[in-house]
Design a protein. Structure first.
Length: 463
């Protein structure tokens, strides 16, 4: 019937606009490399901020003692403590507590409200420390603060917020030193803890990854948002005017979520998503890839199908009009539906959109949309990783060298969205050919928490 023809037209057009043939991906990878150079050359030289992390040494395994970590960066906020036992004993014990951040604290509140919320959760957690954790008498507790937003770092343990992303929006935090704000809030609740390191989650993941595997050279986050960090040679950073570190290395937080390029396959749905977002014009790459947005892109395409092709018969399900009602985990569940009648898709439509009786044909189209959106995101992420490998000269096999490059990846999108992950890994192989043999993509489950604790240890005041 005409209805299906129109729906298929919308689907086909969307599919074409989302296409990422290998030639386009090479252009994206090359553009990523070019922007990396530009961002390292000068402050403001690129959409890629290429932020200097002040981390010039990664964990060795020798770290010992009790350290805390605090992870703020997306859906949940986490506190953790770890007892480090050095080369022999490694991680003796580890405890984590997750706290969800109320919506009214994330957006529209005040800096003090946010940091009081964090400090209050931390003081409660510290109170539950048992005898397996050992703080030598007279010592102050120390903490690594994972703060996953763009920060202009001033030292290893201070830095000012450049902007919020991923649904956070608290005006008076921008420009503030987040370590100072956290420290003041801890004082307000009577907690005596020193912040020894301020790190982005990418940098934490890189540190945690290196602790487990000496071949780790970069880290990528694929969760609520997306970002990457890697180890750069300090003498190839023109904008760095400080002393060259002894190690010769400097970890760079790319803030790659803000990457954009004329080669990105941007559709009208991406454009309206961006315009109506909390941060229009920003984080364009992130908005095509990460968990916060994939489900929302799907909702937007379905909305159009409902309105213009009577996809759900002659009405537009009111729920479908609600931004962010289709979450990426639900999209993933529909995409992985193996049942013959696509029961999972039917159930999700019923539960989330209040569409009681969907047909197999409708469900099938929805699965196809999931595939288009997720493949595009996964393939663009693969191109980004290849961009980093190119920058480091690790995208080709070198004669006689047995160099391995391991990329530590963290984030629930990569961890749980199997089709995303398989597509990303497959695309890296497609892009690198034989050279892909020396590249390993390693899931680093919560490496960023451990990583921040390890960096607190290596920047302890007691060393
Ligand atoms: P964060 O990035 O906030 O630190 P996570 O790494 O846990 O936290 O990522 C959370 C995001 O991952 C969610 O916003 C969601 O979009 C996505 N996600 C979580 N679970 C799944 C899942 N099962 N399938 C697909 N995506 C998921
Ligand atoms: Mg995280």
């Amino acid at each position: 019937s005409g209805k299906w023809a129109k729906a298929m037209d919308i689907l086909k057009e969307f599919e074409e606009k989302c296409e990422t043939p290998i030639g386009k991906l090479r252009q994206v990878a090359d553009a990523m490399t070019v922007e990396m150079h530009a961002g390292l050359a000068s402050e403001g030289g690129s959409k890629l901020k290429m932020l200097i992390s002040y981390v010039d040494n990664l964990p060795t395994g020798d770290e010992t003692g009790l350290f805390y970590a605090l992870d703020l960066g997306g859906t949940n906020f986490r506190v953790m403590r770890v007892q480090l036992g050095g080369k022999e004993k490694r991680i003796v014990k580890q405890e984590v507590k997750e706290v969800s951040i109320p919506k009214n604290v994330m957006a529209g509140s005040s800096s003090d409200a946010l940091f009081d919320f964090i400090a209050t959760a931390l003081v409660k957690f510290v109170a539950t420390e048992d005898d397996d954790f050992r703080l030598p008498p007279g010592r102050q507790r120390e903490l690594g603060f994972t703060f996953s937003f763009p920060v202009k770092q001033l030292s290893i343990a201070s830095g000012t917020l450049i902007k919020w992303t991923k649904g956070f929006s608290i005006d008076d935090t921008v420009g503030q030193d987040v370590v100072r704000e956290l420290t003041k809030a801890m004082e307000r609740v009577g907690l005596d803890v020193r912040v020894a390191a301020l790190v982005n989650d990418t940098v934490g993941t890189l540190a945690g990854g290196r602790y487990n595997n000496p071949d780790v050279i970069a880290a990528v986050i694929l969760g609520t948002g997306t970002n990457a960090a890697y180890v750069e040679r300090a003498n190839t950073i023109p904008k760095w005017h400080g002393l060259l570190p002894k190690s010769g290395d400097m970890v760079i937080n790319m803030e790659w979520g803000n990457f954009r390029s004329s080669h990105l396959p941007v559709t009208e749905y991406d454009q309206s998503l961006d315009t109506e977002s909390l941060n229009p014009g920003e984080q364009i790459y992130e908005k095509m890839i990460s968990g916060m947005y994939l489900g929302e892109i799907l909702r937007r395409v379905l909305c159009r199908m409902a309105e213009e092709a009577s996809f759900f018969d002659d009405y537009v399900p009111p729920k479908l009009k609600t931004p962010f009602i289709l979450r990426t985990p639900d999209m993933s569940a529909m995409h992985h539906d193996k049942s013959a009648d696509l029961k999972v898709v039917g159930d999700k439509l019923k539960d989330i959109l209040e569409v009681p009786n969907s047909t197999w044909k409708m469900r099938k189209i929805i699965v196809e949309l999931c595939d288009i959106i997720t493949s595009r995101g996964a393939r663009l992420s693969a191109a980004g990783i290849v961009g980093i490998l190119k920058k480091l000269g690790r995208d080709t096999l070198k004669d006689g060298e047995k160099q391995r490059s391991v990329i530590a990846v963290d984030g629930a999108l990569f961890e749980h969205y199997t089709k995303f992950r398989n597509c990303m890994e497959g695309t890296i192989k497609e892009l690198l050919g034989d050279a892909a043999e020396s590249i390993v993509i390693e899931l680093s489950n919560d490496g960023s928490g451990i990583g921040a604790a390890l960096l607190a240890a290596s920047h302890s005041q007691y060393l």
